[in-house]
Design a protein. Structure first.
Length: 358
């Protein structure tokens, strides 16, 4: 392993964003296209394992987004950006889309899911988000609030500081829940001993990892190993029973961290192509760019197309009972992506609305 200087301009942003949004779509498609997957006497073994792997892949989506954001926002060249400029950019990035899509989901909750319109419903919707996927925006806003301070800290970090921080973070977020798991809740390590929050760790990890180089074949092996260990551990937990079936698919799971860190470095190893090479595959890079630049809007919108497809609003229904999950999950994810883009792209052409879409 060696390290070298890197800048955000050579990070393959489009590639990482596209893989991340596909992972998110896979994760939510599994929920809609499968059920009873991990009941040992339920679905056939092959189907259970494949869908298990889909879930493991899906868990890498949000950490990929967070690490990429950290790599871009915590780059040393950004250290002296003024607070006013930084927060104006962030307001435009997530504040306006939050207002637009928040309003959309308020109407969705009331008219489609028939939620009762009460003051508590509105207040809770504002405080924690009108839909389950909005947790990501609140987490992102929290990272933005810390970013000006983290920039100064990271700019003065040495490699030893980064390694110490990462080790402390990994031990803290994995050890505390693991002790509770293996002792069935009988023993618990003091939660205040390690105080680095989960997403702050991923955030800072991103800016460090863009400067780390490991042979691509090793990264492929580590990514596969992380996915395999997560899937195997999940299956074992399902057989064991209890409420911790998905313990190893949590974002603080050591197996998930192994897989997503390796995948991030693997994707980052694919630098932007030369102009001559890119010209020969222009349509591929155009597709990547379109998905990438609309990734936030896709994330905020996709639960609606997913629901509409599942419920048969387009003349067909796609779920566990209509299409086998092995095919159904990727098919549902692709259809959701296409439908999301069909909705988003025209909306962005409306004057003054583009900045609200995301």
């Amino acid at each position: 392993m060696n390290t070298q200087k890197s800048t955000s301009t050579i990070i393959p942003v489009d590639l990482i964003r596209v893989v991340a949004i596909f992972a998110v779509l896979f994760l939510h498609a599994v929920v809609y296209a499968s059920n009873d997957t991990f009941i040992p006497n339920g679905l056939e073994v092959l189907r259970g394992w494949i869908v298990n792997i889909y879930l493991c892949f899906g868990r890498m989506g949000v950490p990929l987004f967070v690490m990429l954001t950290g790599a871009l926002l915590l780059a040393p060249v950004k250290e002296h950006e003024s607070l006013s400029i930084f927060f104006k950019k962030r307001l435009s990035r997530i504040g306006l889309p939050f207002l637009f899509w928040g309003a959309v989901y308020f109407f969705w909750d009331i008219f489609i899911e028939h939620q009762q319109l009460t003051s508590a419903f509105i207040i809770n919707g504002v405080l924690s988000g009108p839909y389950i996927t909005f947790w990501y925006l609140y987490m992102l806003a929290g990272l933005y609030l810390l970013t000006p301070m983290l920039r100064v800290m990271v700019a003065h970090f040495t490699t030893k500081h980064f390694k110490y921080f990462i080790c402390l973070w990994i031990v803290g977020i994995t050890l505390i829940p693991f002790i509770k798991l293996i002792s069935h809740g009988q023993y618990a390590l003091g939660g205040d001993l390690f105080v680095i929050p989960l997403w702050v760790g991923y955030f800072i990890m991103g800016v460090y990892l863009v400067n780390v180089q490991i042979q691509r074949r090793i990264l492929v092996a580590l990514t596969v190993l992380g996915l395999a260990l997560t899937a195997i551990a999940t299956y074992i937990m399902a057989w064991a029973g209890g409420v911790s079936v998905f313990y190893f698919q949590e974002y603080e799971s050591p197996t998930v961290i192994l897989a997503v860190v390796s995948l991030f470095m693997l994707l980052n190893s694919y630098a932007k192509p030369q102009v001559s090479l890119a010209a020969n595959h222009a349509w591929k890079y155009r597709i990547l760019n379109v998905i990438s630049e609309n990734s936030l809007a896709i994330y905020l919108l996709h639960m609606i197309p997913l629901y509409l497809i599942k419920e048969g609003y387009f003349g067909f229904s796609l779920h566990a009972f209509s299409v086998d999950s092995i095919i159904g999950v990727p098919l549902l994810a692709i259809l959701t992506l296409m439908l999301s883009l069909i909705i988003i792209i025209p909306l962005k052409k409306i004057p003054y609305l583009k900045k609200f879409i995301g």
